[in-house]
Structures are given as C-alpha cells and as structure tokens.
Design a protein around this ligand. Structure first.
Ligand code: SF4
Length: 410
C-alpha cells in the first residue's frame, strides 16, 4: 500500500506541555481490547504505581465485541489524570510509548484507506494543525511517504468498507477530486463555489450511495462527471450566482436553528458547540439575520486588503482541507458530505465575525492582521473541536438548497 501525506503534516510536531489547548481533556479516551492488554502487561512491571494507574481505568465488561472496551476516567477538571505538572503524559514517561492508548499516540493524525492508497492528514481540532495549515506554503499537496504507515492498533478508516470494486468506491475518489477542483477555482468567490458544489451534489448524487446504488444512478453519475469536464458549465453558474434571491425569513430560520443548538434545545450532543454559539451571539448583540448580516458586512469592509486577502485564503484552505480530510468518510452519500461542508464554512464565517468584534481603526495594518489571524485560528480550532468529533444533528438545517441560498448573505 502506498502512503501519501498532506504536505503540512510533514512538519507536524506536537507542542506538548506548551500547547494552548491540550488534547488530553474534554474528550473521552477510549481503549481497545489490545490497548488494555498492553497497558495491563506494562502495569504488572510497575509494582509501585499499579493501583494509581488502574484506579483511573474503566472497563466495560459488556463491551467484549465492540471496538473499544474501556476508557480513562477523567479527573474533576475534565482532564486526563495522567497529565503531570508539566502537562506531559505520565503514563508515557513511566511505562513507555507502547503503553499509551492508540488514540493518544495517533492524535491528531488521521489515516484513511482508499483501496491501495493510504492517506495521512491532520485533525483541525489540534491548534498546531490549524497553524500549519494556514501558515505553510502549499499545505494541501499530497506527498508520497513510503516510510509511514498507520498505527498497528488502529486500522485506518476505510470509506469503501473493503468493497473497493463497488461502483460507489470506484467513483468516490473521482467525485472527491472533482469537488476539490471546483472548490479551488479561486477566480470565483468561495460562497459561489460552495453553492456550485452543493447544487452539483444535490442534483447528481441523491441516489448514488455507498450501500448500493441503482444502475440508473450510476449512469446519471457517469454522464454528470463527463459533462462537468466542460468548464463552461460551472462558469455560467458562477456568473449567475449573485442574482439568485435569498429570503430574509429563511435566513432568520437558519440563524434560529444555529442559536437553538447553542441554547441546548436542538439535537446537539456536545456542550462545547452550544457554549461557542452562545458566546458569539452575545458578540453580535442580535439574533436577527438582517442585523447579523449588516454587522458581518461592516466588519468585513473595515478590514485592510492584506487582512481580507489572508482571510479569503484561509477560508479557501479550510474548505479544501475539509473536502480532503472529511471526504466522504462518515457520510454514505455525497449531498450529506457537501451539506456538512457548507454548514462548517458558514458557521465558521459567522463565528469569525462574531468573535472578531469591532474592527478598531486605531490598529495598524500589522496589528489588525495579527488580530484577524489569531481570531480565525481560534475559530477554526474551536469549531473543529466542537463539531468534528461529535455528531451534530442537522435536521433543522437539513435542506441543502435552503442552506445554499443562505450563502447569498455571505
Ligand atoms: S492538541 Fe495537538 S499540539 Fe496540542 S497537545 Fe494535542 S496533539 Fe499536541
């Protein structure tokens, strides 16, 4: 199997104890049967610390046949109890890297298997991954790295589920490449490119799904992919994008749905996203779509050309990375995957201007750029930490055409 690494991950080094938001907190760390066996074998050698270590391990006796059979019990600060005074892993120091749970030694690396191709990318819920993605030159180029392979205790994610010859899997990489091609056409605004990807997904893929598509759906897909080789079709759609109407009541409904997650009444399974949205809503001082739109526009126009250029480039990278990294992985159909992309970019835009606050005219160009850069890195990191690792029920935002119209408020 050939391994390919996204360029920026070649430079990734964990920040360890100086990380601004260490990953050994908030999320549960699950242990596989193998993790547990190796850990218990290592603990047997550590007579003195045995009770101390085992007291923090929870084992689910009923989970024998599931992928994970245990987890680490977090302390009262919601952190890993094995963090030492320097905020480094005490388990690693005492028992060696072998004893670390696979998820700990792997994070933020993400391995995905596409047939005979193994891909390594980074999770944006690590602040150092976000920094490298936004600060590096050409971060989103794949490089062959035959020296790297996945963790022996953590098989790569496999969107094809071992069915590489299925029509869905045969076309999935082609579809992903085409979406990446559309999203990287930077002569058009990103909102227009997202709109195009969404429309393309909605109209072409509703019946093309990983667990079995009809021959008619496959034919339709083949025809669509051939037609889209003609660049004039996306060009026509982009040119007409600015005249597509958007209704403010609809935008209001979407804002309400996002705020609703914040209030905890939506189907959201993590409190971090809720807190984040509440914080930003306060920053806007309004929950009305028209007022939020006006605030976003004012803040955008107060930015210097250098800040706007950096912002545009960063959102381009975020969207492209999202397509490459999330791929069609967790979603069995392409419209769901594109819906998730649209929601991610849209919510990050909303979070960014809410967190940025007033753009003070007293700041120099350099100071403003630093503020924009820091805010955006925080948004991408915090959003990814809240959103990517939890299931977010988008039922209230489920209608892709409606979501796409909302992009006109961009
Ligand atoms: S979040 Fe990233 S940089 Fe920070 S401790 Fe975890 S892996 Fe290291």
């Amino acid at each position: 199997m050939a391994t390919f690494v996204l360029n920026y991950m070649n430079r990734f080094v964990c920040l360890g104890g100086v990380c601004p938001d260490i990953c050994c907190r908030d999320w549960p760390v699950h242990l596989s049967r193998q993790d547990l066996d190796i850990l218990l074998a290592a603990v047997r050698q550590d007579e003195a610390g045995r009770g101390d270590i085992l007291g923090h391990i929870l084992v689910d006796a009923m989970a024998e046949h599931r992928q994970f059979t245990g987890r680490i019990r977090w302390n009262e600060a919601n952190e890993c109890p094995f963090l030492d005074g320097q905020r480094l892993c005490d388990l690693y120091k005492r028992l060696g890297g072998i004893a670390q749970p696979a998820v700990c030694s792997l994070f933020p690396r993400s391995f995905v298997k596409w047939g005979e191709r193994l891909e390594l990318s980074g999770a944006m819920s690590c602040p150092e991954v976000v920094r490298l993605l936004l600060d590096s030159d050409d971060p989103l180029i794949w490089q062959a790295r035959p020296d790297i392979t996945h963790h022996p205790r953590m098989p790569p994610q496999d969107p094809c589920g071992g069915r590489e010859q299925s029509p869905w899997c045969q076309q999935a990489m082609r579809v992903r490449n085409m979406l990446c091609h559309f999203i990287t056409q930077t002569t058009y605004p990103l909102a227009s490119r997202l709109f195009f990807c969404g429309l393309f997904a909605q109209q072409t893929f509703p019946d093309f799904v990983s667990d079995g598509s009809s021959p008619a759906a496959e034919n339709q897909l083949q025809q669509a992919l051939q037609q889209l080789g003609d660049a004039s079709i996306p060009a026509i759609l982009h040119q007409h994008w600015s005249s597509i109407p958007v209704s403010l009541p609809l935008a209001q409904a979407i804002i309400d749905a996002i705020a609703d997650y914040g209030a905890g009444s939506g189907e959201i399974n993590n409190p971090f996203f809720g807190r984040l949205i509440q914080e930003v809503m306060t920053g806007y001082g309004s929950t009305h779509a028209a007022a939020i739109h006006e605030t976003m526009s004012l803040r955008l126009y107060a930015l210097t050309p250098a800040s706007r250029q950096w912002l545009d480039q960063s959102f381009d990278r975020f969207a492209h990375h999202f397509l490459l990294q999330e791929s069609i992985l967790h979603y069995r159909d392409v419209p769901s995957y594109v819906r998730r992309l649209v929601v991610a970019v849209m919510v990050c835009r909303f979070l960014f201007f809410g967190m940025l606050g007033q753009v003070e005219s007293t700041l120099s160009q350099e100071e403003q750029l630093i503020k924009v850069r820091q805010t955006l890195m925080t948004v991408f990191f915090r959003f990814s930490k809240s959103f990517s690792h939890y299931r977010l029920d988008l039922s209230q935002l489920d209608d892709l055409p409606k979501l796409l119209m909302f992009l006109r408020l961009w």
